[in-house]
Design a binder for this molecule. Structure first.
Ligand SMILES: *Cc1c(COP(=O)(O)O)cnc(C)c1O
Length: 358
């Protein structure tokens, strides 16, 4: 089989171990005890991937990362309260659209899609709006690659719990559940965890899941109902069984790779070579490494190439880069180093860039 190197932020280039699990594990019904055991094991692994997370419980959902974010956001904000959404990119804007569609009370503090969160404005709005019960934010804003400063957000939140879109950070960045007062965080199997698409999940405080809360506007994405069913042993609806099998193997690979910190380190090592290689060709990164998440970097498109002009020759060499969204389409391209990529892959990539740009 042809090996394609996906440099988009998920789905990722699969490790042979994950591919083999998909091909060799026997068919499994989600009402068999073997499934219940697998489900429990993956839920526990996800809830304990971060050391501080022992008071938390995982709810698995079948859907993409967006399903997990929407389930979290629409299930945990009590009726009559409001969530303040700190948005500095497309995924933050999407959370605002979800709250709006579901009729959940919300305020949005929006900053530019290449800018940090406007912490001062968050503090001002919180002072003026005592009805705000939760803060929602994106950890790694994949729009540009920024890793938002959650320590500062937790400070200005002044005790209000955070609902975190950690879809593109879970498994590779530090998430300080207790210190940042994270009530819940939403993520997916097929980004930094290196699984296949199909399973997304919310890791939430047990206490928050037990509260009566507001009624979810969705049957399918009702976080508490899904959680209750899984606590009883089985999923509420037909899950992406094969995706869960793959995730189980991917989580063992992650453990062998040194957990989230080992994976983050690996990403940084690969990315520094991409950055250096491109800088030598005059292609600059949009953000300094200190502001950037480990897994993805946005680069300014060189004057000589539009996105298509860069994408096609790289794709011919089996490297798939990712465009900017909306107004960034004509300005940037993105490179993610999630997935099963080797040092040789990156050396080859830099070589292809060299040829294309010269
Ligand atoms: C990828 C991503 C999502 C969800 O995307 P899906 O396509 O639904 O998996 C949400 N938030 C962030 C920050 C992401 O990077």
């Amino acid at each position: 089989m042809k090996r394609r190197r996906l440099l988009n932020p998920g789905p990722v280039t699969l490790a042979p171990s994950v591919r083999e699990a998909l091909a060799t594990v026997p068919d499994l019904c989600h009402r068999e005890p073997e499934y219940a055991t697998l489900q429990q094991s993956v839920r526990d692994d996800l809830a304990t991937l971060y050391e501080s997370a022992s008071d938390y419980s995982t709810t698995l959902l079948t859907g993409s990362g967006t399903a997990a974010v929407e389930s979290m956001l629409t299930s945990l904000v009590p009726e009559g309260a409001a969530v303040l959404i700190a948005a500095n990119g497309i995924y933050g804007q999407r959370m605002a659209a979800m709250a709006s569609r579901a009729g959940i009370g919300h305020l949005v503090v929006e900053s530019g899609i290449t800018d940090p969160i406007d912490f001062a404005e968050v503090a001002r709005r919180l002072a003026a709006h005592p009805e705000v019960s939760h803060i929602a934010a994106v950890h790694h804003e994949t729009t540009i690659g920024r890793l938002n400063d959650l320590g500062r957000l937790a400070e200005v939140a002044a005790g209000r719990p955070i609902l975190l879109d950690a879809v593109s950070s879970f498994g590779a960045e530090d998430i300080r559940f207790a210190e940042w007062n994270i009530e819940a965080c939403a993520a997916t199997a097929n980004k930094c965890l290196h699984g296949v698409p199909g399973i997304a999940f919310v890791v939430a405080q047990r206490a928050a899941l037990l509260e009566p809360g507001g009624q979810s506007p969705s049957i399918y994405l009702d976080l508490r109902a899904n959680h209750l069913a899984q606590e009883d042993g089985y999923p509420q609806f037909t899950p992406a069984v094969q995706s869960l099998i793959a995730l189980d193997v991917a989580l063992r690979d992650l453990e062998a790779a040194g957990g989230w910190s080992g994976r983050g380190e690996r990403y940084r090592s690969l990315m520094s070579r991409v950055r250096d290689g491109l800088a030598a060709r005059g292609v600059e990164a949009m953000l300094p490494p200190a502001d950037n998440a480990a897994s993805l970097t946005s680069f300014r498109l060189p004057d000589s190439h539009d996105f298509e002009g860069l994408f096609q020759p790289l794709s011919d060499a089996d490297f798939v880069i990712y465009p900017g969204q909306r107004q960034l389409y004509g300005e940037i391209f993105r490179v993610a180093v999630m997935g099963d990529l080797s040092d040789d892959d990156i050396a080859e990539l830099v070589g292809v860039f060299d040829t294309v740009l010269s």
